[in-house]
Design a protein around this ligand. Structure first.
Ligand SMILES: Cc1cc2nc3c(=O)[nH]c(=O)nc-3n(C[C@H](O)[C@H](O)[C@H](O)COP(=O)(O)OP(=O)(O)OC[C@H]3O[C@@H](n4cnc5c(N)ncnc54)[C@H](O)[C@@H]3O)c2cc1C
Length: 500
């Protein structure tokens, strides 16, 4: 017997994009939020630096934010989307506060604003010092749990979208015992986050396999700008592979210097903006400097700042480094660039609508065009909120049309096997890290493509009903999309750097 559940709106993902969208939906709608891990896991909870935008901002300040976003994105951003992002930031931030989010304030109660690379002025709000995402998310979850129309399901992973006659009608989800559940819904929102798991080293959780993007791709939706993978310049360097702890850009915003292995500052060799250049430039400069100094990391130096200021402003980073024997008020912090954020994703319009009826995408899995070739720091949390609200507004307009869903449920005919596909996942990560990282060549991209295409074809023949199978298939799928789009874009731009 098939287990079937039904909602007016099904949201896949419980990061900022998913939760904020749910909170803006009409309270008469029955909403199910499904997350593949625990609700307090995922990039939104890990965000450190902050959220860009200003409250009661002037037209001039908004224009500056607009220009900085375009400049960081190498001017290939969608200008309409950027205009919306900066113009609606003010309301978005006020709304977060009204929903219970407590941003850091000074002793007079004024919001404190910080600076990050690519921003010409201090316009980033933060919470808990450098624990912004965790604070925003737990404040919003407190509000969410008071809404009786919204139910959250943890450790239930969507594997495919249900569709019929060109309309999306729900999704198939598997629980931790790999049993399938059919979720019917009038509207489905993909808010499944990024793709960090396809790289060996990333700031993302290891479950960020690009599931939503791969599911949309299997339905023929257009996936755009995937070559623009953003590499964060300063993740904490250690000798283990996998998820890396981030040393927020705000550390440079507050004055930290980058130094090479010899203890020399080097950024001015590459750009007059030095440490506060946009991320693509800083990552590429560090990559070059590591190459020239035959080393696998560089350093951040904030030791010259007042030690109480550093401890209070960056309590999470201070504690993490201390656990590794590094006192950041006295010692240099070893750092290295790693995968961090995806600028591309599922193509949507300015209301988060995909080309398929009833299907929306929002947050890091969506391509709104706001980031161009390289995201301006702290614009992604803002994107989740501004476009999450727009998705909700669009769904709210049609709330009276929620009705019984007619669909012939597919018979999955999938084998229940315990295969773990570990070698394929490992090889995917190795190839992406070697050939599709900060510096790319045609030969390297083609080599990675050849091997991954073979895995992709084999995986399609196997068809297993398990989390391992779908995560592996999704990783290989999105890796191939990144490679194909990187091959198509022959010129270097933003975070896509070709040396052939
Ligand atoms: C360490 C770190 C620091 C960052 N700092 C900042 C910052 O300071 N400012 C800023 O603006 N941005 C920052 N970013 C980027 C920003 O946090 C993310 O882009 C943003 O939070 C993405 O939100 P999201 O809701 O789209 O995805 P996420 O928050 O990643 O949530 C994805 C959700 O989807 C669920 N999911 C995934 N696949 C499935 C599936 N198949 N079925 C069901 N559920 C699924 C996951 O369980 C999770 O709940 C940071 C990112 C990282 C990793």
């Amino acid at each position: 017997m098939k287990e079937i559940r039904q909602y007016d709106v099904l949201i896949l993902g419980g990061g900022l994009a998913g939760i904020y969208t749910a909170l803006k939906l009409d309270s008469n709608l029955k909403i199910g939020i499904y997350v593949k891990d625990a609700i307090n896991k995922g990039s939104s909870n890990l965000a450190q630096g902050g959220i860009a935008g200003e409250i009661n901002s002037s037209k001039e300040k908004k224009d500056e934010h607009y220009e900085d976003t375009l400049k960081a994105g190498s001017y290939v951003n969608d200008k309409n989307a950027v205009r919306i992002l900066v113009d609606e930031a003010d309301d978005a931030l006020k709304d977060l506060i009204s929903l219970g989010v407590k941003f850091d304030v000074d002793k007079d109660g004024n919001l404190i604003k910080t600076l990050e690379g690519g921003h010409r002025s201090r316009r980033i709000l933060h919470a808990g010092g450098d624990d912004t995402g965790n604070h925003i998310m737990s404040d919003l979850r407190n509000t969410l749990y008071q809404r009786t129309n919204i139910k959250v399901f943890e450790n239930e992973m969507a594997i495919e979208l249900l569709h019929q006659d060109g309309e999306v009608k729900g999704a198939i989800v598997i629980n931790h015992q790999n049993e399938e559940i059919y979720i019917l819904a009038n509207k489905v929102v993909l808010a499944t986050g990024g793709i960090g798991a396809i790289y060996q080293n990333t700031t993302n959780e290891k479950f960020n396999c690009g599931d939503g993007i791969a599911m949309a791709y299997r339905l023929g939706l257009k996936i755009k700008d995937m070559e623009f993978v953003q590499f964060h310049p300063t993740a904490f360097y250690d000798d283990k592979m996998g998820q890396k702890f981030l040393i927020s850009e705000a550390v440079r915003g507050e004055g930290a210097y980058l130094k090479n292995i010899e203890g020399e500052r080097f950024m001015e060799k590459y750009t007059p903006l030095k440490e506060l250049a946009p991320r693509d430039i800083v990552s590429q400069s560090i990559y070059r400097e590591m190459y020239d100094t035959f080393s696998d990391h560089v350093y951040l130096d904030i030791t010259y700042k007042d030690s109480d200021f550093v401890k209070n402003r960056f309590p999470t980073i201070y504690k993490h480094c201390l656990d590794y024997g590094i006192d950041i008020t006295k010692d240099l912090i070893p750092v290295v660039p790693v995968e961090h954020f995806l600028c591309g994703g599922i193509e949507v319009d300015l209301y988060g609508r995909t080309a398929l009826k009833n299907l929306y995408a929002v947050g890091e899995c969506a391509f709104t065009g706001v980031h161009g070739a390289n995201r301006l720091a702290s614009n992604s949390l803002l994107e989740c909120v501004v476009f999450g609200k727009r998705v909700a507004e669009d769904i709210n307009k049609t709330k009276d049309q929620c009705e019984k869903i007619n669909i012939i449920l597919p018979d999955m005919k999938l084998a229940k096997k315990k295969y773990n596909f570990k070698d394929i996942r490992q090889e995917t990560r190795e190839l992406m890290s070697r050939y599709v990282f900060i510096v790319r060549t045609k030969d390297g991209l083609e080599m990675a493509k050849k091997i991954l295409t073979k895995h992709y074809k084999n995986l399609l023949k196997i068809n297993v009903l398990s989390r391992y199978y779908y995560e592996t298939l999704n990783m290989v799928t999105v890796a191939l999309i990144v490679i194909n789009q990187a091959l198509e874009r022959k010129e270097s731009i933003g975070s896509h750097f070709r040396i052939d």
